[in-house]
Design a protein around this ligand. Sequence first.
Ligand SMILES: Cc1cc2nc3c(=O)[nH]c(=O)nc-3n(C[C@H](O)[C@H](O)[C@H](O)COP(=O)(O)OP(=O)(O)OC[C@H]3O[C@@H](n4cnc5c(N)ncnc54)[C@H](O)[C@@H]3O)c2cc1C
Length: 490
Amino acid sequence: MANSKSLETDVVIMGGGGAGIAAAIEAMDAGAKVIVVEKMAAPGGAAITSGGGCLIVGSPLQEKAGIKDSPDLAFDDWMKWGGPAADAVWARYYIEHTLHDLYHWAEDNGVKWVDLKFQEGNSVLRWTRAADSGHGLMTALIAAFRSRGGEILVNTKVIGVIRDGDRVTGITAEGDDGARIAISAKTVVATTGGFNSNLDMVLEAKPELKSGRVLEGSGYGANGDGHKLLRELGSYFTHMDHIWFYVYSTPDYRDPAGRRGLPFRLVPGYIWVNQQGRRFHNESLTGGNSGGPALMAQEPRHAWAIADRPMLANMTVVDPYYHVGEKIDRNRVEELLENSPYIKKADTLEDLAGKIGVDRQTFLDTVARYNDAFAKGLEKEPEFGKPLGASKTFDTPPYYAIQMFPLARKNFGGVKTDIRCRVLDKHFEAIRGLYAAGEIAGMAGGHINGKAGLEGTMLGPSIFSGRVAGGWAAQEAGFGEGFFGKANRG
Ligand SMILES: Cc1cc2nc3c(=O)[nH]c(=O)nc-3n(C[C@H](O)[C@H](O)[C@H](O)COP(=O)(O)OP(=O)(O)OC[C@H]3O[C@@H](n4cnc5c(N)ncnc54)[C@H](O)[C@@H]3O)c2cc1C
């Protein structure tokens, strides 16, 4: 029979990803005893596999590049992009704190910020990447937590939240050996991430998508466990149908359930054609607010990424199986190109059209029109305005067609919290002792992004709201003053 044991702490944290580790550091710095419970074999969550980019305003990297940014400008971009559905109070709170309470705080905890990248919807460059991307960022934060004596129970899944009268008093968990653990705590912080690796929950939130295929695509631990547990406590969930879908993803043929997707990148030369054999979008705009909706509008709801052999030379697949450490494993990319039934290959464009079942002449005309833009020396192809600088003529067989379906990547809705990250019930009253941060809380507060995100607005707010939750959870447990941080009002 499996053992059971009981532990006691001040603050218990459900999930050791971006928000959880930030919350844990903050609560420890306030003087609280903290236990992080993580169901996977190692902490890090989606955050450790992420691009490691955070939207940061007024950073030294922007200053060095001569970029003039301000909280006002960032807030305007944010609200224009995410619309009225964005939580303006949380958005403003996050933006004003990014310089001191994210950039410098992360640096103090061993993170190095290295460069800036353009992202759709931003009027200036402010997507700020950590060295070694999400892996570098999370490795540093996990090490910072452990160096303070912080404890992470891995391979341990939270299966219940304990409630005593009107307050939450701990959690129950199960080890991978079946052992039961009860942890009593003065406060509980839910940081279990999103639900985009649980197709059933995606389709429950967006039943209109049941008519076609969509793929699971967040971190492997993002199964919505915390959503279910918090719902049982009467927590209020909002904007659940705001899911960010990406376009450049093909089914993972190795997944026996056929649910998981593999995002692929660095194929700037490709064009996308629908089942009618026509292009439908400027393929250089790949974001969740451009490429995603363009793919969603196709009937049937999929497309083919067409490439010739040289265009695939730098292709990467965003999944741990296709990496050795941080480096791409080229052999495994080749294995995918050879073995996936969702990837077709042919020596001629005519044969490729036959293999993907599109009208031959329409398809050949589509490619010919695109090739013609090169023959004319144009900078952009005229049909959709794709810049041609990183592209080339289709002329080197074999030709490939990679079938793409919408991939559920990021949850923009979640459990509603107040500005201290206290979880609210349907009367908008705080459930005592319970906090939530990160993707379970729509990245922060319930819906910080609204209908679209400027990028860097998932990881950044998850880490920041983790700090906020950790600070106030410690304060309610009797440690520290809560979270105030240092605003940069520009
Ligand atoms: C490949 C990829 C790239 C991305 N790149 C970026 C980027 O560059 N910029 C950006 O802004 N956003 C990016 N995102 C989104 C961002 O990484 C997430 O929104 C962010 O990590 C959410 O943080 P979190 O702590 O809420 O969740 P996570 O980091 O996913 O952590 C949640 C943790 O909880 C654990 N957990 C879940 N259930 C339980 C349970 N029952 N018991 C115990 N533990 C549990 C999980 O295993 C996981 O470790 C990316 C996402 C992906 C998938």
